[in-house]
Write a protein that binds this ligand. Structure first.
Ligand code: IMP
Ligand code: MG
Length: 179
């Protein structure tokens, strides 16, 4: 499936995202108040813009680490098979961990990542996802904090790609194929 003709319709403005990120950061800061052992783990590559905005709004001492899982390739369909392409640099045993994800779609990626991280015995393990597509879920899993619930549309921007493009858009837009 190689769609080369598409347009992007704005769905969530940069201003709305910034306002929501501030709210999420306030809730997370309050929730982890007094923690001096928080590691914020970004799932590459889709969460790189979100995590950079989020951590700058957190009123907590934090460390940042990254994990990369396999992606959809150039298709808009999930492969359902999740592989770890790049593991964390640091240990998480006994630490508070906040996983930052761009989108929870079928839930397979998050399910796999959480099981793997849980086996390393963190003190706490929570998730902040920018977007959630609940109607697409195949695994019963949800983030602790969610930015926006969206319908079953393929979206790009603010770090999220279609075939590696459009990550640099400052807003979230939906992809509309024109032929
Ligand atoms: P899941 O395993 O099906 O929940 O897929 C999660 C991953 O699929 C996300 O981290 C995204 O990288 C990718 N993904 C899901 N929906 C979209 C989309 O609408 N646009 C771009 N990537 C998506
Ligand atoms: Mg992803």
């Amino acid at each position: 499936m190689d769609h080369s003709n598409y347009v992007i319709d704005q769905m969530i403005s940069a201003k709305s995202i910034a306002a929501r990120v501030e709210e999420l950061a306030d809730e997370i800061s309050a929730n982890f108040k007094d923690s001096d052992k928080l590691i914020v783990v970004g799932l590459l590559r889709g969460s790189f813009v979100f995590i950079s905005d989020l951590v700058r709004e957190l009123d907590l001492p934090v460390e940042v680490d990254f994990l990369e899982t396999s992606s959809y390739g150039n298709s808009t369909e999930s492969s359902r098979e999740v592989r770890i392409l790049k593991d964390l640099r640091g240990e998480i045993e006994g630490r508070d961990v906040l996983v930052v994800e761009d989108i929870v779609d079928t839930g397979h990626t998050l399910n796999h990542v959480l099981h793997m991280l849980e086996s390393r015995k963190p003190h706490r393990l929570e998730v902040c996802a920018l977007l959630d597509k609940p109607s697409r879920r195949e695994v019963d899993i949800s983030a602790t904090w969610t930015g926006f619930e969206i319908p079953d549309e393929f979206v790009v921007g603010y770090g999220i790609d279609y075939a590696q493009r459009n990550r640099n858009l400052p807003y979230i837009g939906k992809v509309r194929f024109t032929e």
